[in-house]
Design a protein around this ligand. Structure first.
Ligand SMILES: Cc1cc2nc3c(=O)[nH]c(=O)nc-3n(C[C@H](O)[C@H](O)[C@H](O)COP(=O)(O)OP(=O)(O)OC[C@H]3O[C@@H](n4cnc5c(N)ncnc54)[C@H](O)[C@@H]3O)c2cc1C
Length: 420
């Protein structure tokens, strides 16, 4: 089949809020998106933490371009200053957007991207690389196939690749074997979809807002059910600076959560263990024995690992990507979002330039672009995709034959001499 690369669509991996925003922006820029979503609905990751109330209000959580599109329909716009749960964001914004007549024809559900490469180019090969279309290998219930595209926007999120409990970044000894009793992320604790934490001893590991959410719900549950114990393990030496957001924080819901956890601690409803570095988890008589710095914590029935997430870089292994070695974000973005220096909301504005890779036409956006840094906000992601799609729309793909700059053996030998 013949094609010119300009006529090919732009692949978007993931139909979360940011992937859908990329689709809206691509259409707006005159480009054709093809959106692949592994879940059976758009926003499949949001559904996984749907019970959690967000700390940013609706006005921060929606892309203004998508809002304009939705306003053309009979969509009921949410009140800008209210704080949705993940489920509300899904039902009142993501799903209406995904089913909008402009977006739905470009969306492929139950379709997982397995690999990405460039046509006839593995990662090593130079010649003609920038002019070769990308090959996106997808799998769905019908089987596997390859789709050619002119560019790729990876908005596949991080929720499905959580960090381990183990202190060294790898699973603690015994962690995999104990996986039946460990939940990663922010599991549902209250209500009928809960794993069943009532009456149990539950240890929450992690020092961020996901841990706060889990602790808050566990304490609520413990007030309704007998015999529960809520334990909290953190890496730091104390919980003194728990209320980190300023009084006038523009994300008031975030501060409310911090103050609430502080109150629960003062009321003695949570047992805190500091300086935790988990090395080993054993299962004895149905209880989990957690070993930290060679000390054992009290036995527990369940562990909630609110230890953050990491990007899946495996599907990008045939692309020339440049990743910051610490944050695992695109290399130019890394220093701007390093969690040692930045908290939620204080990351400088950035766009296509900071998100670029040596592989022309490839971008990681959304929460995946932050790698292991925990500070991503949707509002930032919407700005990212506006910049990336405008760069793609203005990108000139030169169809001229490319110069072969492979060095001959003699030239190589000469180079080696020069290098001496
Ligand atoms: C508990 C929690 C609370 C949060 N609260 C806030 C908040 O208050 N404010 C805020 O701004 N942000 C918040 N965030 C952070 C962030 O905004 C969300 O995680 C948001 O969902 C990120 O959007 P995304 O589109 O980048 O990724 P996701 O929403 O994770 O979407 C990625 C999509 O890609 C799909 N996918 C994954 N792999 C593949 C594949 N190989 N092929 C095809 N599809 C694939 C997934 O199924 C998913 O639908 C929160 C995050 C969490 C976990």
């Amino acid at each position: 089949m013949s094609y010119t690369i300009e006529n090919l669509p732009v692949a978007v991996i993931g139909a979360g809020p940011i992937g859908l925003s990329a689709a809206v922006n691509l259409l707006d820029a005159g480009l054709t998106p093809i959106v692949f979503e592994s879940g059976d609905c758009a926003g499949a990751n949001l559904a996984r933490w749907g019970h959690v109330r967000m700390f940013s209000p609706w006005s921060y959580n929606m892309d203004p371009k998508a809002v304009s599109l939705l306003k053309e329909t009979d969509w009921a716009e949410p009140a800008p200053s209210e704080f949705p749960t993940g489920n509300e964001l899904l039902k009142r914004y993501v799903l209406p957007l995904a089913s909008h007549q402009n977006i739905a024809p470009h969306l492929h559900l139950n379709t997982r991207v397995e690999n990405i490469s460039r046509q006839y180019h593995d990662v090593l090969r130079n010649k003609g690389r920038a002019h070769a279309p990308f090959v996106v290998r997808v799998s769905n219930p019908q089987g596997e196939r390859d789709i050619l595209v002119r560019a790729v926007i990876d908005a596949s999120g991080t929720y499905q690749t959580p960090n381990w409990l183990g202190a060294h970044g790898i699973p603690a000894v015994g962690e995999l074997a104990a996986s039946q009793s460990i939940s990663y992320g922010v599991p549902t604790i209250l209500g009928p979809n809960s794993k069943g934490y009532a009456g149990k001893s539950v240890l929450v590991i992690g020092g961020g807002h996901s841990a706060f959410n889990a602790l808050q719900d566990l304490v609520t549950l413990s007030e309704q059910s007998n015999g529960m114990r809520v334990l909290w393990g953190i890496r730091g030496a104390s919980v003194d600076n728990l209320v980190r957001s300023p009084k006038n924080d523009e994300l008031q819901e975030r501060r409310r959560l911090e103050v609430h956890i502080q109150t629960l601690l003062e009321e003695g409803k949570i047992d805190v263990f500091t300086d935790i570095a988990i090395e080993k988890i054993n299962t004895e008589n149905g209880k989990l024995m957690v070993q930290s710095h060679s000390h054992e914590l009290p036995p527990v029935d369940e562990i909630i690992a609110a230890t953050g997430f990491r990007p899946n870089l495996q599907l990008l292994s045939e692309l020339r990507i440049a990743i910051d070695p610490a944050t695992q974000s695109p290399v130019h973005l890394g220093p701007l979002i390093d969690p040692n220096f930045h908290t939620c909301g204080s990351v400088p504005e950035h766009g296509a330039e900071e998100l670029s890779h040596p592989e022309t036409g490839f971008y990681i956006v959304g929460i995946k672009s932050y790698g292991r840094a925990p500070t991503f906000l949707l509002r930032t992601g919407y700005k990212q995709v506006a910049s990336v799609t405008s760069t793609l729309a203005n990108q000139v793909i030169d169809e001229e034959p490319v110069e072969d700059n492979t060095l001959s053996c003699d030239e190589l030998a000469a180079n080696r001499c020069c290098a001496k």
